[in-house]
Design a protein. Sequence first.
Length: 140
Amino acid sequence: MEFKQFKNTFVIRIDRNEEIVESLTLFCKQNSIKLASLNGIGAAKNIVTGYFDSKTKVYNEQAFTDGSYEIASMSGNVAMINNEPVVHLHVVLGDAQRIAFAGHLKSGVVSLTCEVILQKIEGTVERKKSEEIGLNLFDF
């Protein structure tokens, strides 16, 4: 991974064979980023996405391991849980037939490149588990 900083904006390139969520989480720790928004594009393989079932309150995961997929859009945020940054990402992925699908990005390995713009926000927002909803929500 390489990056360039412009005030509170980071232009990041995640390189081939680097895991996306893991790399961005480590980046946030190393750069003291506690709150941010981000978006990105690129290509990935060995992807696991999740869809949160509001009735069962469980993420249904699906693995995509049969090749490389276009990251048509990746967006998300960074907030804190137990004093650790948590990167929360959603993706729209496309296959070789240009069929798109989307979900929560659990993991994915860069197959070519991944370009991310991260906008650091001054301050901190913690996430707290909502028993009613079943997710870690922004806790104000």
